[in-house]
Design a protein around this ligand. Structure first.
Ligand code: FE2
Length: 355
């Protein structure tokens, strides 16, 4: 199908098909190959399919092109002079802006060892030379669909995070709280040996843990005197409300659980369900310590911030009641080892959450 036929069909077919076809004609594919005839052939074929194209004759030209315009998909030759396809792939997958661009490695090499190296470098798919045209069409279409879905998820995550920060900004005394909770929680999660994927869940959960407060009236959230029963119920609804807000986002499935259980207590006297001990998921037990530590060490209108030593004493006194005693021990060690710093050092864990 050429571009004109595709555009014409946009007005006659169903919405899903329209979206897919729009995606198709607006996608840009970068072809990187030092063999001019293969490169030109691929570019010609992709243009005939309706894609926009960019082309580079080697790895360094590809990297400089990508720094100016980000393609939606890259067809990358393995064997090239100067910078190999593997090295280009490694570099792109290590950069936040480019790590989600699907890369198809074009290779005449069939050895398993070489393919494993490419997979470790982050290659998403392979095409063997000589290139089979129907296979190329199918792989390009499928990877572009995946890229589009990732872009949508990325966008949804960003919108939700902005919403969480907007809620936090309503109260100047809690400014920066979500980010600090996220950092504390990641440091603790890393110290107990959770995987990088789990750290990403914890990082996002720290930012979003109180998103359900969007459903709590401002006058209740900002009330400085004691709350009546109705107001207390409204505050106590925020974990379930947060869980409901995140429910449509499949990419945040793991985060949802932390949001729901971050006010449970180790002795079973928390809310919303009164879960006890290790029945509370570990991410939520971690979040509860990080959340309370930051609240205790921040100044609020009705009280001054506790010092680090005072906050540590409080954590230790209530370990086993409020919090998991083993996690408290590890967290206290982290805080003590960072004496003199405002925050606990964490590795930078970025990117989309896939849980
Ligand atoms: Fe909360």
């Amino acid at each position: 199908m050429n571009v004109e036929e595709t555009k014409s069909n946009l007005s006659t077919e169903g919405m899903d098909l329209q979206a897919e076809q729009y995606e198709h004609i607006s996608s840009t594919v970068l072809v990187v190959d030092d063999d001019t005839s293969i490169r030109k052939g691929l570019v010609h074929l992709l243009r005939a399919e309706g894609y926009k194209t960019m082309e580079a004759k080697d790895g360094s030209e590809a990297l400089s092109l990508i720094s100016v315009k980000t393609p939606d998909l890259i067809l990358l030759d393995l064997m090239m002079p100067y910078i190999s396809g593997l090295e280009v792939c490694r570099q792109l997958k290590s950069i936040e802006k480019t790590r989600l661009i699907p890369i198809v490695m074009i290779t005449a090499v069939h050895e398993l060892e070489e393919k494993l190296k490419a997979i470790n470098a982050g290659v998403d798919d392979f095409l063997n030379k000589p290139i089979n045209i129907p296979e190329l069409r199918a792989r390009v279409r499928s990877l572009l669909r995946m890229k589009h879905m990732n872009d949508l998820l990325d966008c949804a995550d960003t919108v939700i995070s902005s919403l969480a920060n907007a809620i936090e900004a309503k109260d100047k005394y809690t400014e920066g709280h979500n980010e600090r909770v996220s950092q504390y929680a990641m440091a603790l999660a890393s110290a107990v040996g959770l995987s990088e994927r789990e750290l990403k869940i914890v990082k996002m959960a720290g930012i979003l843990h109180d998103i359900g407060k969007i459903g709590v009236p401002d006058k209740v959230l900002n009330k400085r005197s004691s709350l009546n029963k109705l107001e207390l119920n409204s505050i106590h609804s925020h974990p379930e409300e947060g869980q409901r807000i995140l429910k449509p986002l499949h990419s945040l499935m793991g985060v949802r659980e932390v949001v729901l259980y971050h006010h449970e207590r180790y002795d079973g006297k928390g809310y919303p369900y009164g879960l006890e001990g290790e029945k509370i998921p570990i991410y939520a037990r971690i979040m509860s310590i990080a959340d309370t530590y930051d609240a205790m060490t921040s100044t609020r209108p009705y009280r001054k911030a506790l010092t680090k030593s005072e906050a540590i004493r409080e954590l230790e006194d209530k370990a086993g009641q409020m919090w998991d005693p083993e996690l408290v021990k590890i967290f206290v060690n982290l805080v003590k080892n960072n004496d003199g710093n405002d925050s606990i050092e964490t590795d930078n864990v970025g990117g989309n959450i896939e849980c």
